[in-house]
Ligand binder design. Sequence first.
Ligand code: ZN
Length: 188
Amino acid sequence: MTVRPIVVYDDPLLREKSRRVQRVRPAVRRLIDDMVETMRAGNGIGLTAIQVGVPERVIVVEAPEENEKDAEESEGRESWQLYAVINPKLARKSREMEDGIEGCLSVPGLVGEVTRHYAITVEGLNGQGQDVRIRAKGLLARVFQHEIDHCDGVLFIDHIDDPEKIWPVAEGEEEAAEAAQEIPKNPS
Ligand code: ZN
């Protein structure tokens, strides 16, 4: 597994709509392995292939089930479920919405408050090319929505109209900011 460089926000690649994966070939499985490695190296809770420069609809997610508080209080990554989904789509989404703080490995230094569906069902293929159906709520649902957005060239900042709801996280002050704002410990 290799940690790949992450594409950041001024790169037009991030605005591209990724293409569907037609066949789960070995290169896709290698891509997933590298994405997991890259996500963990960046202390992230989700990553999309476009963020490592590959415009194919592939996401990985590794996040606590419930909410931001759990991200701080949970035992950490070892207790979180790892998901890899190819051609992910939101099959169901709750009417109930929830506000939460998000960051992004491709938008370093910024966090913001985004309204997302509280609960969702994601459908797609796993790394073996089998159909998967994942039900998620809270933070986990948020991360899936954030990553599926990346497949369509959408960034979390696009969902924020009010400039007061987006703010910089100064380098080296992330710990303090987290405590103050209940930012998830691992921005996706
Ligand atoms: Zn992101």
